[in-house]
Design a protein around this ligand. Sequence first.
Ligand SMILES: C[S@@+](CC[C@H](N)C(=O)[O-])C[C@H]1O[C@@H](n2cnc3c(N)ncnc32)[C@H](O)[C@@H]1O
Length: 208
Amino acid sequence: MVFPKVAIMGKKPFIIHDPYFHEAKRLGYRARSVFKLLEIQEKFGIIRPTDRVLDLASAPGSFLQAITKIVRPDIPVVGIDIQKIEPFGHGNVKLLQADVNDFETIHAFIETLGITRFDVITSDIAPATTGHTGVDQYRSVELNLAIVHIADEFLKKNGTLILKVFVGEDVNDLIGPIKERYAKLKRFKPKACRDRSFEEYFICLGKK
Ligand SMILES: C[S@@+](CC[C@H](N)C(=O)[O-])C[C@H]1O[C@@H](n2cnc3c(N)ncnc32)[C@H](O)[C@@H]1O
């Protein structure tokens, strides 16, 4: 399935051959990443209509769009990213611009919302890539460790954490802490991940 189209990024027009990009646009999603979450949801059925969901690294917001279609409109959904997330037309979606390493700010924000625990935490975090695979993978592990720390505080017992990881030689630095904290770790590479990418999703089930 190929839908070549000309896109303008900066000043240079180029052709985009990515069917997920075009399908996301057609369906009104803010990013192609949504198909990764939808595949995870189809395979593992993680998010339920009554689940309070915290989505980390949300910008531009396609995961949040998908999550709001699953959860009931009276259930809180929180999105946090270091970049600004453009607002949604849903009163239950609360947004914060913050770094996942800034635990104090995140803690204070969630407290003001009156939420103590989430049922599910999702993350699609990606470090700004340097072109050096080893460095990018290491940064991905570091960011994910910050997210594991956030989940320690805000994910309920038995809750599920979904992480995006650039897998490389440092990945055991992340797998160790996950196995200490979660009953099961399932690794999954959705079809929507680009073939050459090192990314995988870690589905961490059953927080201890
Ligand atoms: C692939 S994008 C996420 C796409 C999003 N899931 C969606 O569906 O629209 C990765 C995101 O990670 C965010 N990010 C990277 N480092 C971060 C950090 N230290 N704290 C918070 N967000 C960060 C980036 O700003 C970027 O928006």
